[in-house]
Write a protein of this length. Structure first.
Length: 292
């Protein structure tokens, strides 16, 4: 039931964090405090809201309207704040996670897409797709500290503490742009020679895995400035038809496994991040299709 409602609303982005809405009750006679559970926050592009779901039970915890066309979502490390980019309102809504209530709204550039908090949580980076800029928000003052020029059509931004960098995809330039998180200065512009989609950065911050339009797989990109060095190929020898290539991508916290969703086969594929060998796959309904 929950899945049907989110499909109708066109879910855009999901973020996972400790949940301040629900606590697991303390067991009578035990000294252990109540244990927190995890929450997933899902933006509904057509529904103009963000909804909280208890994980892994799938229990719906409520929704809050944030503004027109909510797109990206990021959650503070302590789970107390949720930030939502409103693409249709050119703003970022700040949500009190425990009350599911909007407490502030910060004006940014045109068509804000994805966003990412710095490792310290003191700044929020927001891609403004129609302005070709980045809004850097001071999360204490809840105000834009700086607006940075970037390549055309910025979409995804990922921050990394090991190298103290932010990595931004520029759809119109077919490139990645790397910035210093402290000085906010650009460090490198890395052409990837394709339309970038979803990005994940290794814990060390030296490599990115990137899905691109029309190719069923992902690029392995050297973030020192050298650009793409290898490709993850999922067995599709021709260019994938529009809308049917690999799209979603994630990296496990230990940096050892790349996860890829593929629309051609409706599969989730597990890839060894070092050897780039496919370890196995399962369909969208959880049925394994092969494992090594």
């Amino acid at each position: 039931m929950i899945i049907r409602s989110f499909r109708a609303a066109v879910a855009a982005t999901v973020a996972l964090a400790a949940c301040t809405l629900v606590l697991v009750p303390q067991v009578a006679g035990q000294d252990t405090p109540p244990a927190a559970v995890a929450c997933a926050y899902v933006t509904s592009f057509g529904g103009e809201d963000v909804c909280a779901i208890e994980v892994p039970s799938g229990k719906a915890l409520g929704c809050v309207r944030t503004g027109a066309k909510p797109h990206g979502v990021a959650v503070a490390a302590d789970g107390r704040r949720v930030y939502v980019s409103n693409e249709g309102a050119n703003s970022v809504a700040v949500v009190d996670a425990s009350a599911l209530r909007v407490t502030a709204e910060v004006a940014v550039g045109r068509a804000p897409n994805q966003l990412a908090l710095t490792p310290k949580g003191d700044r929020l980076w927001v891609t403004n797709n129609s302005d070709s800029t980045i809004s850097v928000i001071d999360t204490e003052r809840l105000a834009v500290e700086r607006t940075l020029p970037v390549g055309r059509g910025p979409h995804v931004v990922v921050t990394n503490g090991a190298r103290n960098i932010a990595v931004v995809t520029s759809e119109g330039d077919g490139a990645l742009d790397v910035f210093d998180l402290t000085t906010l200065k650009p460090l490198s512009h890395i052409p990837v020679f394709a339309f970038p989609r979803v990005l994940a950065v290794t814990p060390a911050g030296d490599t990115a895995y990137l899905t691109v339009r029309w190719i069923n797989g992902a690029l392995v990109v050297d973030l020192s400035g050298r650009g793409p060095r290898e490709r993850i190929a999922l067995g599709e020898t021709r260019f994938a038809p529009e809308g049917k290539d690999a799209h979603g991508l994630a990296l496990t916290p230990d940096g050892e496994t790349v996860l890829l969703t593929t629309q051609i086969t409706n599969e989730l594929t597990f890839v060894d991040a070092k050897t780039l060998a496919v370890e196995g796959a399962c369909t969208s309904d959880g049925i394994p299709t092969g494992w090594k």
